[in-house]
Design a protein. Structure first.
Length: 262
């Protein structure tokens, strides 16, 4: 999807139906179909050696999504974060956000045009100001080691408008392997170029703010609907009983939220 349209819930729906690999064989490129990211078997998974053309492995691990749905509004977002973990949300990107250095951010321009997606990983209160803790994808040099905090409860940046969640399919108890077919190995869309090192930049490369055609699609519609749980596996906690601070970076679990990338 990149920054040129799309929604996280569309990605969850695709993963639910098709599975994906991990970043060891399908690296994050921040590109889409319109700027060098055409889908192919090699985009799904590849092995590369310096000075040689990349190849599609004979076999690779796959991962899936079980349940997924949208969520919006401060209280519903807090409940989802507390019960299951980080959620993906769309946000507006005013100029001042790009130059953010730290603290609790609050946009004063009223920008609600969603053009970027982030991960909300927690919430808190500082000096009486409630905030969301957000994981961004602009590198650890930006903001608070790649994270930022934004005022909570007033839909600043439209952060409380369009969020979604997903639960992983259990592929660790019994690993799921993809067996590559000859058709996939010989897919004419596969890039067979043996690139020099360092690799050249893409044609038509542009900075994030130079292209004004990015942004989410108007709506997401699935013919069979989202895969929602009929009954939650947890009991709802009254909002007044939720903790004052939640931060999934501090949870004692196998945790990838600490890694800020790319």
């Amino acid at each position: 999807m990149g920054c040129h349209g799309g929604l996280p819930i569309l990605a969850y729906d695709w993963i639910h139906n098709n599975y994906i690999t991990d970043e060891t064989c399908s690296i994050y490129l921040a590109r889409g179909h319109d700027n060098g990211g055409e889908c192919s078997a090699m985009k799904m998974c590849r092995n590369c050696s310096p000075g040689e053309a990349c190849v599609v492995p004979d076999q690779y691990l796959e991962y899936g999504v079980d349940e997924y749905d949208g969520v919006y509004g401060e209280e519903a977002m807090m409940q989802e974060l507390y019960q299951r973990g980080p959620i993906a949300c769309g946000v507006a990107v005013p100029d001042s956000l790009e130059s953010y250095k730290g603290g609790i951010y609050e946009d004063t321009t009223g920008d609600l045009n969603i053009v970027h997606d982030i991960s909300v990983v927690g919430w808190g209160v500082e000096d009486g100001t409630p905030f969301w803790t957000v994981r961004n994808s602009w590198g650890s040099h930006w903001g608070e080691d790649g994270f930022f905090r934004v005022v909570r409860g007033i839909n600043n940046l439209a952060i409380e408008t369009n969020c979604s969640w997903a639960t992983p399919l259990d592929t660790w108890t019994e690993p799921r392997w993809h067996n590559t077919t000859d058709a996939e190995k010989n897919d004419p869309r596969n890039d067979q170029t043996a690139y020099p090192f360092p690799q050249p930049t893409y044609k038509n490369e542009e900075t994030f703010m130079e292209n004004k055609n990015y942004g989410r699609v108007a709506q997401a519609y699935f013919e069979k609907g989202e895969r929602r749980p009929e009954v939650h596996s947890w009991e709802m906690v009254a909002n007044e009983d939720l903790p004052a601070v939640v931060d999934w970076r501090d949870m004692n679990v196998k945790n990838y939220v600490l890694e800020q990338e790319p």
